[in-house]
Design a protein around this ligand. Structure first.
Ligand SMILES: Cc1cc2nc3c(=O)[nH]c(=O)nc-3n(C[C@H](O)[C@H](O)[C@H](O)COP(=O)(O)OP(=O)(O)OC[C@H]3O[C@@H](n4cnc5c(N)ncnc54)[C@H](O)[C@@H]3O)c2cc1C
Length: 478
């Protein structure tokens, strides 16, 4: 039976790829597996691509690696340009396939795409899991409702879900054979994977490398040398204490099941904590699946129409890393430079934007989606809403991170701040997270002139905290 395997950007791998495995199972002869990737203008149109330069770089690298891996096993990835909703039904017809198989996506816009494709197809569209550890919507409360708090979700997940073994990479993918090759020649305009240059994007050499092999190496290095210390190290900003697998999971270069299984071989509190983070990932997707309007609206209804400020000068300072709070500024610069931000720094800086500056989480969310290599709709939205106080959090809204004490606690030696803010590199660690408290002689010895070489704080912490709490209390009162 001929199957079209539709690779769609969140499954850029050959290992543990359920749609590919399913196609191979029913393939009897050459030409029975048609691997397709569509360059949909929704993402690949130049102006759209420029809105996601880091994700696009990682995706293209991973796509090229996928193409090579498929070719290495004897098959061929057909890369085709056009709207998926038009192309996939047309390809299915022209190439005479009996079914189309793809990995399910969580996002509402992707669901809408799939509905249209399904309506237009003359054959079945089978969507299978692989983005998550378990099928969307299957972890429920005793009343059959979706969970809205992480801890009971994780408890139910651990109790009810059995995670199967990852499917090994195939040994062979059947070649297209003369009959299929003829059909492709007659009907399909294939093209090479685009280069960054064609999309108008300048390469950022600081990003992590794409492709399945690089991702496997990252996973192996984490499991062999860092997972045991993960619990203590994951919050420390200056060291590489975490897995750095988020972009691999986002683009499906590694399956969550492969990561879970590799981590489960380790024992101890580090491995346990790491599994909890994978369940946070799972939770954010289950939440978005159950509440598709989360990408537009706050989870907590009370936060609708929250009186956020325009504050364009403060916004620009936050984006450029010039707020005068070193840990916040370090996070901003890390994002633009590396396309990544440490999780603790994401929390501090998102809290700062939404609470200290009273700027809408949606602006921060969009900025992160533009520059994060791991930018993911469900996880990013959950992280921003959690930080803003409007999201799924067992704590009420009134936690306001103090950027100075957070910096002192999680960057005690100042390595993170010094790396990203070289203008503070010579400052005594004692004052690194609050340079305005340093005596003039200490500042002078470090070559710092506040307001000139490094900004003074754009807002006072105590004032900002009170302002947020007063605003939120007034807005949220029943
Ligand atoms: C404001 C904000 C925005 C965020 N945006 C994103 C995003 O767009 N994409 C993204 O993948 N993560 C996002 N996160 C979650 C988290 O910061 C990153 O997943 C993590 O920093 C990635 O580094 P790592 O792979 O080394 O993580 P590790 O600590 O090694 O964790 C392992 C994996 O678990 C998942 N994970 C870890 N923490 C979380 C979390 N809090 N919520 C959901 N999943 C988690 C990730 O897939 C991660 O790769 C955001 C968090 C905040 C506070």
């Amino acid at each position: 039976m001929r199957t079209l395997v539709w690779f769609r950007g969140k499954d850029l791998r050959i290992s543990d790829h359920a749609p590919l495995a399913s196609a191979l199972e029913t393939a009897a002869t050459e030409g029975d597996v048609v691997c397709v990737f569509t360059l949909d203008p929704y993402f690949f149109e130049r102006t759209r691509a420029l809105e996601l330069p880091h994700r696009m770089q990682f995706l293209l690298e991973s796509l090229r690696a996928l193409e090579e891996n498929i070719a290495h096993l004897g098959g061929k990835l057909l890369v085709v340009e056009g709207k998926s909703v038009d192309l996939v039904p047309k390809l299915a017809k022209d190439l005479a396939v009996a079914r189309v198989v793809a990995q399910a996506w969580t996002e509402p816009f992707a669901r809408a795409r799939d509905r249209i494709v399904r309506e237009r197809l003359h054959v079945p569209l089978e969507l299978v899991e692989g983005e998550l550890l378990t099928t969307h919507g299957t972890v429920r409360t005793g009343q059959g409702e979706p969970f809205s708090v992480y801890t009971p979700f994780a408890r139910a997940f651990r109790r009810d879900v059995k995670i199967g073994k990852p499917i090994p990479a195939p040994k062979v993918i059947p070649a297209m054979g003369p009959a299929l090759t003829k059909l492709v020649k007659a009907h399909v305009a294939t093209r090479p994977v685009p280069t960054l240059g064609e999309l108008g994007i300048t390469e950022n050499t600081s990003l992590v490398r794409g492709g399945e092999r690089a991702a496997r190496e990252r996973l192996a290095s984490f499991v062999s040398s860092r997972i045991a210390r993960y619990d203590g190290a994951r919050d420390l900003l200056a060291i590489e204490g975490t897995s750095r697998l988020s972009q691999d999971l986002k683009f499906g270069v590694l399956s969550p099941r492969a990561v879970w299984t590799a981590a489960a071989k380790s024992e101890g509190v580090g491995a346990e904590k790491f599994a909890n983070e994978l369940l946070w990932r799972e939770f954010t997707h289950h939440i978005l699946d159950a509440r598709p309007n989360l990408l537009e609206h706050p989870f907590r209804q009370g936060f609708r129409n929250f009186p956020y400020l325009e504050a364009n000068a403060e916004w620009a300072a936050w984006v450029e890393g010039k707020t005068g709070y070193p840990v916040v500024d370090a996070a901003a610069r890390e994002l633009l430079h590396d396309g990544y931000v440490h999780n603790r720094a994401r929390m501090i800086t998102a809290s700062f934007l939404t609470k200290h500056l009273l700027i809408s989480y949606r602006r921060g969310e969009a900025h992160y989606m533009k520059f994060l290599t791991d930018g993911d709709w469900a996880q990013n939205n959950a992280g921003w809403q959690w930080s803003a106080g409007s999201g799924v959090d067992a704590q009420p809204y009134f936690r306001v991170f103090n950027p100075v004490t957070q910096g002192q606690k999680f960057d005690p030696d100042g390595g993170y701040v010094k790396r990203w803010i070289p203008e503070l590199a010579k400052l005594d660690t004692k004052y690194l997270h609050a340079p305005w408290e340093a005596p003039p002689l200490v500042l002078a010895a470090a070559g710092i002139t506040l307001g000139k070489t490094y900004p003074r704080p754009i807002v006072d912490h105590t004032f900002a905290r009170d302002r947020f709490l007063k605003t939120a209390t007034a807005h949220l009162k029943p």
